[in-house]
Ligand binder design. Structure first.
Ligand SMILES: Cc1cc2nc3c(=O)[nH]c(=O)nc-3n(C[C@H](O)[C@H](O)[C@H](O)COP(=O)(O)OP(=O)(O)OC[C@H]3O[C@@H](n4cnc5c(N)ncnc54)[C@H](O)[C@@H]3O)c2cc1C
Length: 509
């Protein structure tokens, strides 16, 4: 039984099915995807969750396990332009998947010394990524000694691993131009941290992006739906609109799941792929609460998210756009105090752009303002969010006709209600603090038969990491119940491949 049809749960189900298990996935929502969700609009479904697909090799692997190929199920479009960045002083910078193009763009933007600094930063982050991929991301149980050994062998990474080195500080060693510090510091927020509090090792998030970003014509929710569809075709059962209320234990082992309404579904093992905070918060019963260690780590960032259709005016938008605040302190200071940013940085996804097809007159947009996790709704936050979003964009030249109404807004409190135990955090526990990566709960819990997957578990948040967590959960379950499968395992692809699981399809460096 898998509880949760988000990216982690679907991945766990696909891996388990391919190992010969009989799998049922439950979700309280009315369809697959979890945070990869869409809302309806006049221009079609608009993503209201993730929009940036990186490390596509992980998704490719899941489709391959289902006997198909990503490109046969969804339309993935590589984006040569990673993102377009705007500052209030009118300056603008595009980053590209092609390093030389990015280096030239940075040289034109901030001069040749900045371009040299970028080259050094890019090389260092590539070393960080390569150093941490196997012992951290791909390992089910990261061993600090193995990580330390890998880091010792890569002297380029040492600066980022110095005690107390934050991402913000590290970037100041590389870049003199504060706009470049601000730009590359933004990558901490992509896993839910504030740059000045997050460890410098998060600079490797840049590499995840630099190795390729794909747009999905059907939306990221469409990617989840396609994975669920192919999993179902291979025999995984999906049941929606069903809330798991208690994980049942008998004789010291998981025996089933009690549903809201009182019915019980027996199972030999269970992967919980919701937020681990739900277990700790006793939302799945005593047996599950005691199965993972207590956590003192605060939640990661949340967000106010607008999803709507409109006609944009005034700015030449790319697919991914970031409108930076003039003063990062006016963004992250209030967030640190649990408040909405006074002067936010705004991410705008123009979902119909750069897909290789004509852009419709009315386009679909997702706008994200990062904020603190918070489960308590406030009557003033929605109008405040509106006045901090649209006038800010208008001052930078971007307007929409019409401006969306408040029904287009998802608040942190709404996210908290939709994803139980999350407190509205969208990336699980905070990545801030030197050892946060080692504090995430692992796939195997202390309750035999209960496993964890999803962005709140190791190796962390974001679509590819949540998918990898599903692989870790399935592997742990299979190791523990090695004699359980009654049907022969399906053939698995990739036996001879030596390509990286995460970046197998990335352009060659
Ligand atoms: C606005 C936003 C933007 C983001 N942008 C990006 C991005 O661009 N790129 C990226 O890689 N990542 C991004 N992320 C993060 C990414 O979406 C998540 O890390 C990932 O989708 C989480 O997947 P998950 O497996 O943890 O499950 P979730 O998506 O959290 O889904 C968990 C599922 O479990 C179900 N569930 C929970 N408890 C129960 C229960 N008791 N009974 C039944 N069902 C239950 C829920 O209904 C839900 O469907 C973004 C997230 C948000 C919200």
């Amino acid at each position: 039984m898998v509880i949760g049809a988000g990216m982690g749960g679907i991945s766990a189900a696909i891996h388990l099915q391919s190992l010969g298990f009989s799998v049922t996935v439950l979700d309280m929502a009315d369809g697959p995807g979890g945070k990869a969700r869409a809302v309806t609009s006049d221009a079609g479904p608009v993503d209201t969750g993730p929009t940036v697909l990186t490390l596509r090799g992980v998704a490719d692997h899941l489709f391959a396990l289902c006997g198909t190929r990503t490109e046969d199920e969804v339309d993935l479009i590589p984006l040569p332009r990673l993102a377009r960045h705007f500052w209030p002083d009118g300056s603008r910078l595009d980053l590209f998947s092609d390093r030389d193009q990015t280096t030239d763009a940075i040289a034109a933007f901030a001069g040749p010394r900045a371009a040299d600094a970028f080259r050094r930063f890019d090389r260092m982050t590539a070393a960080l990524y390569d150093t941490f991929e196997a012992p951290m991301m791909l390992s089910a149980r990261p061993d600090p000694r193995a990580v330390a050994r890998a880091a010792l062998a890569a002297p380029q990474t040492w600066g980022a691993l110095l005690p107390g080195m934050t991402l913000d500080r590290l970037l100041r060693f590389y870049f003199r131009d504060p706009r470049l510090v601000q730009l590359f510091a933004r990558y901490a927020t992509y896993v839910g941290g504030r740059p000045a509090q997050s460890p410098a090792v998060l600079a490797l998030v840049w590499q995840a992006e630099a190795r390729g970003v794909w747009a999905v014509r059907q939306g990221l929710h469409g990617l989840a739906a396609a994975l669920a569809r192919v999993a179902e075709a291979r025999g995984v059962a999906f049941r929606y609109g069903i809330t798991a209320r208690r994980i049942l234990r008998q004789g010291g082992h998981v025996t089933g799941v009690e549903l809201a309404g009182g019915a019980t579904l027996p199972c030999a093992a269970c992967v919980f792929a919701g937020d681990p905070g739900a277990l700790r918060g006793n939302l799945l019963g005593d047996a599950a609460r005691d199965a993972i260690p207590a956590s003192k780590t605060p939640p990661s960032l949340s967000a106010w998210v607008w999803a709507f259709a409109a006609q944009p005016k005034g700015v030449d938008l790319a697919h991914h756009n970031v409108f930076f605040t003039a003063d990062p302190a006016a963004e992250f200071g209030p967030i640190g105090r649990g408040q909405m940013p006074e002067a936010p940085t705004l991410y705008v996804c123009a979902q119909d752009r750069e897909l290789g097809t004509p852009v419709p007159t009315t386009e679909r947009f997702e706008i994200i303002m990062n904020g603190p996790a918070n489960s308590a709704p406030s009557p003033t936050e929605e109008p405040a969010c509106r006045t901090r979003t649209f006038p800010t964009l208008a001052r930078m030249g971007l307007t929409f006709a019409p401006d969306p109404d408040l029904a287009a807004l998802t608040t942190p409190a709404m996210l908290a209600a939709r994803y139980p135990g999350s407190q509205g955090a969208i990336y699980g526990a905070s990545p801030e603090g030197a050892l946060s990566a080692f504090r995430r709960p692992l796939a195997r819990t202390t309750l035999p038969g209960l496993y964890l997957a999803g962005g709140g578990a190791h190796p962390g948040a974001g679509v590819p990491m949540a998918m990898l967590s599903g692989q870790h959960a399935a592997k742990a379950l299979a190791e523990d119940r090695i004699s359980a499968p009654t049907s022969p395992p399906a053939a698995m692809p990739g036996g001879m491949s030596t390509a990286s699981l995460t970046t197998g399809r990335a352009p060659s460096r």
